[in-house]
Design a protein around this ligand. Structure first.
Ligand SMILES: [Zn+2]
Length: 509
């Protein structure tokens, strides 16, 4: 076939990779050349002509080219707590891991942890993260450190601050009655009311109204409806509509959260989703992380309103929360994205793991065989995350006009030999070992498995410097949680034994 002319403005050609194109065959993807002009994909052809002087080239022969993964639920605040916990149910985990438990952090720590989390994501082929960040107490210099780190490392970020105006203690079943009152001050949630500042107003002034930043897309992060008053949710949705922003929140991760809704929302049939519907908050802009304990009629409300979910199978299993009703969500037509959640509960920022678990848990979420799940897993890890971020026109696909956010996987590896189905081997076999080059916004940020933007050793050094203080505080917090353990156990046992109309946890007998 005659070579095709290189599109005008091309700065880089990715040559000869097998590309997962939106309408292509994902089992046997075609070998193509991809022309990049600046930050965008300019054209795709079987064979572009020889380079001109101004054009760079990346040899992708023997590689699978996939859209950069979109980690649609992530919190950079506890990157340093990876690998610290196991067999801790969600409600107790909050007390170990979440920022309101900790003394104020140093700017150096905030910078180091942000870089480290982004590094792990990039090295795993993730080009976009939704960072739902709790900065507690909020300080502008911490936000500046986060933004500086993201700018330096070159990842794309959909950034939201996590906020709430109801205290965590009020939102967890039985805690208030089980714990002696003198201990109540020790119990907090994912985000606590900010006492000194109107955080949302401050975010609007300093971020939404500020000049745009490259690769930063703003979002809103009401922590969870049970932690936000109707007035705060209404203000959130008004801002979201006015600035056309995506909104990220948590819903029904654990049995305790569904139970709390049953106990506290009789006027909404015990349903947080019905509460959100009554408040006009169900909307295509809204993304609900976890969605493990949704009831059937709640799934229908999400589907009707275009509200999306972000599943986090790694954390949901580790925190003993259960298995989301994946097949029911799919059958209803709910948008499903995927995330890796906190480092202390997932613990890996790795969308290969998330995709594989998604496909496996879809299999056990309905005993009757349904549609193949590997394509659905890849779409959840790419296109659906983009749509939820209101960036479906810009990222998540390999197509002309889309941002050049791409991950190249080296197929000279046993995972890929023999090549029977690219999408099945991507989801069920590849675990991240093959990620060789990663491009964000047309720039190669990982080349030959090494970050190009910041020296990786510098990041590890920054982390080591702040770890003594983090470890000291983590040990202090762990000792405090151990003192609370007898009451935590009583409340947890009541939570998991109170009657519910369905279950999401495996029960052998
Ligand atoms: Zn979360």
């Amino acid at each position: 076939m005659n070579p095709q002319p290189i599109p005008a403005g091309t700065t880089l050609i990715i040559r000869g990779g097998k590309a997962m194109l939106p309408d292509g065959d994902w089992h046997a993807p075609p070998r193509v050349d991809i022309a990049i002009a600046g930050t965008e994909i300019a054209g795709i052809a079987t064979n572009f002509a020889e380079m001109t002087g101004a054009t760079d080239e990346l040899d992708a022969r023997g590689h699978l080219v996939v859209p950069g993964f979109i980690n649609a639920h992530y919190h950079s605040h506890d990157v340093l707590a990876k690998g610290t916990l196991e067999e801790v149910p969600l409600e107790a985990w909050r007390l170990y891991a979440l920022p309101p438990q900790y003394p104020p952090r140093s700017v150096e720590e905030v910078h180091a942890r942000t870089l480290l989390g982004a590094l792990e994501c990039l090295r795993s082929g993730i080009t976009t993260i939704q960072d739902m960040l709790t900065l507690y107490p909020f300080e502008d210099r911490h936000l500046d450190a986060v933004m500086g780190a993201y700018e330096q490392i070159g990842i794309r970020v959909i950034f939201s601050l996590q906020y709430a105006d109801r205290k965590g203690l009020e939102t967890i079943p039985y805690w208030k009655e089980v714990f002696p009152p003198q201990m109540h001050a020790l119990l907090s949630g994912a985000a606590e009311p900010e006492r000194r500042l109107d955080l949302l107003g401050h975010f609007e002034q300093t971020c939404l109204r500020a000049p745009p930043r490259g690769r930063v897309h703003w979002a809103l992060g009401p922590s969870a409806p049970e932690r936000c008053s109707p007035a705060l949710m209404a203000r959130t949705m008004e801002l979201a509509r006015r600035y056309d922003l995506p909104v990220y929140s948590h819903i029904y991760e654990s049995r305790g959260m569904a139970l709390q809704a049953r106990l506290t929302l009789p006027e909404h049939d015990g349903s947080l989703i019905k509460r959100l519907a009554a408040e006009g908050a169900l909307d295509p802009r809204l993304n609900l992380a976890h969605s493990v304990w949704l009831a059937r009629d709640e799934i229908d409300l999400l589907a009707e309103s275009g509200t999306g979910v972000v599943l986090n199978p790694q954390g949901n299993l580790k925190m003993k929360c259960g298995i989301a009703p994946i097949r029911a969500l799919q059958d209803a037509g709910v948008r499903i994205a995927l995330g890796c959640d906190n480092c202390s509960c997932s613990d890996a920022q790795n969308m290969f793991m998330a995709m594989k678990l998604f496909a496996l848990l879809a299999a056990v979420s309905d005993p009757i065989p349904g549609p193949p799940q590997t394509g659905a897993a890849l779409r959840a890890a790419t296109e659906a995350g983009a749509q939820g971020a209101r960036l479906g026109h810009a990222i998540g696909k390999i197509a002309p006009g889309y941002k050049a956010d791409l991950t190249l996987i080296d197929m000279s590896d046993p995972s890929w030999s023999p090549l029977n189905s690219a999408v099945r081997q991507l989801v069920h076999i590849e675990a991240g070992r093959g990620v060789r080059h990663v491009m964000v916004d047309g720039k190669v940020v990982v080349r030959d498995r090494q970050l190009t933007t910041v020296k990786e050793d510098q990041i590890y050094d920054e982390v080591e410097k702040v770890m003594p203080e983090f470890r000291r505080d983590f040990d202090g917090i762990s000792a405090r949680v151990k003192r609370l353990q007898p009451w935590l156990d009583v409340a947890h046992k009541r939570m998991v034994t109170t009657e519910m109309e369905f279950d999401r946890v495996y029960s052998p007998f």
